[in-house]
Each structure stands twice: as structure tokens, then as C-alpha cells.
Design a protein around this ligand. Sequence first.
Ligand code: RIB
Ligand code: CA
Length: 323
Amino acid sequence: MTVAAESERIRPRVLIDCDPGHDDVLAIGVAARHCHIVAITTVAGNSPLVNTTRNALIATDLFALGQVPVHSGAAGPLNGSSGGFATGAHGRSGLDGPLPRTPSRGADGDDAVSFIIETVRREEGLWLVPIGPLTNIALALRRAPDIASRVTGISIMGGSLTHGNVTSAAEFNIWFDPEAAAEVFNSGAALRMCGLDLTHQVAADGRFADALSAHGTDTSQFCAELMHFYQGYAARTQGLTGEAAYAAPAPLHDPCAVLAITHPELFSIQRLHVVVETAGTQTRGMTHADTRPWANPAEATVDVVVSADGPRAVAMVLDALLL
Ligand code: RIB
Ligand code: CA
């Protein structure tokens, strides 16, 4: 594959649906550098909707995205449960680490589902980039099935070909709303899946936060403090301290869903049949791929991103934050 020079690359037009969340903010930074962000919508996941919406607005301040519309969406999963916020990894605010700050503006609306439908129907060549639970996307597809074939694709951070993180089987974004994920996977849309087995190949240690801090701007310092908290959590969950904690790899989950469409040459993809388990007592929220050699190729509809040039991907994320 000939790789276009950065200046010659076409900037994909994206709508990011997110639940900021430390890695969501980094993903928005990468998209600000390499995409045309048409809009941002928010969903409950890492933190309650009020927090994820505030945090998305803070991200638009960080990356000079003041003209990008932000619409809030679902406050919980389709089945009406309260979900389970990722307070450990992201803190009570959803963006613990830096001092709290107030965004310069409010959201542009609170009906993300209608906004997603209108935007997809208006835009040509739009990618949906959901990097949180899939509740908004599922509701939009349920109300307007035509959008499944209208989008160029849906590039998600979610799922796993191997183990989960919330449970041994389920990755958080899928686990939070398995019914929504199942509807999205069954929608017929062109799906690109960056699961945990991929995102763990794109991991940052303490040097990442140090490089951000050394850059010395408000944005890079804010992201340094985000990464210090986020990478520190990765170390704490492994019971690491001192130098081992500094070296603990923190997977940059959400930026992968952006880089998978802006820099596909960094990744390899395998088209597989993937289903979402919604009923299993032990496996609810699992993304199950049919990897049997004799699997029916006609059923393989999901582009699963299976490998990455991790160091180059991490460097690209870092570079996008050095503003
Ligand atoms: O499992 C990782 C995913 O869950 C990421 O999107 C992270 O932001 C959290 O939402
Ligand atoms: Ca997320």
C-alpha cells in the first residue's frame, strides 16, 4: 500500500459518539488532527451523562473545536438498568486527574439520536466513530434503518476476540449495553471493530505523560495529568509500584477507533462473523467471533482490527496532543 504523505491524506468526515473518559479525550484530539469532526454526541458509560457531556465540551475547548456541535444522548442502557459507571478507571468526574474545569459553552442539544439520524442523512461519506456504549447508535439505527447503508462505516472501540476487562468475557462498552451492541452488530452497517486484543497493542507507559508535560502548554499539561491518572490506574490494578508502575502499559483504547480509519496502514484486519452475547449468565456482553477455519465466509461481516504497529500508533496519538 502506498502511504500518502500526511498533508495529502483525505481527512475522514466523522461523528464521534463518546463517553469521556480519559481515552475518549485523547481520541477526540487525534480526530481533531486527522479528521473533519462533523459533530460529537455523548452517552452515559464511563460516567453519568451529565459528566460525559461536560467532559466532551472540555475536550472541544482543549482542541479548538468550538464550532463542532455537541449533542447529549442516552443516560443509560436500552434495558433501562442503571448500567455501571467506570469510576475506578476514570474517577467520579469521568476525567479525574487534572483540576476540575468548566467548559466554555453548553451542549447544542439533548436529542443525540435525532441529531445522528439528521446528520447521517445530510452528510456524504460520514463515518460514525462510537467509542463508548452503543446505546445512541442502536437507537438511531432502530429509528432509521436506512442510515446503516448510508454511512461509510462504523468504527467502534469495543469488544474483544479474547478476554474482557469488566468481566473475563465482556469489554466495558459492550458490557454496559449488550442489547444495543447486538443491534448495531446486526444492523448490516459496515462495522470496523477495535477490541481489547487490538487496543492492548497500543499502550503508553509513564514516558507518555512525561512527554506531554515537557511540552508545557495548557492542552498538553491537561492531557499529561489525564494520562498520569489513567496510567496510574493501570499500574494500581496490577499492584505495581515504583519503576514497575511507571512502566505499566496503559492501553490507548479509543484513539485506535480513529486511527483505524485515518491510518489503516498501521493495522491489519480480519473479516469475521461476530455476534454479541446478551443472555449468557457468565458471558453477557461478550463479542463472540467465529474463527473456525471452516466458518461460512458469507456470514463474516465485521472487519475486526487484529494487529497494530503499536509504537507508531502511540507516537501518532502523542503527536496529536502536542498542541
Ligand atoms: O473498555 C475500554 C472502553 O471503555 C473505552 O472506550 C473506555 O473509554 C471505556 O469507555
Ligand atoms: Ca470510551
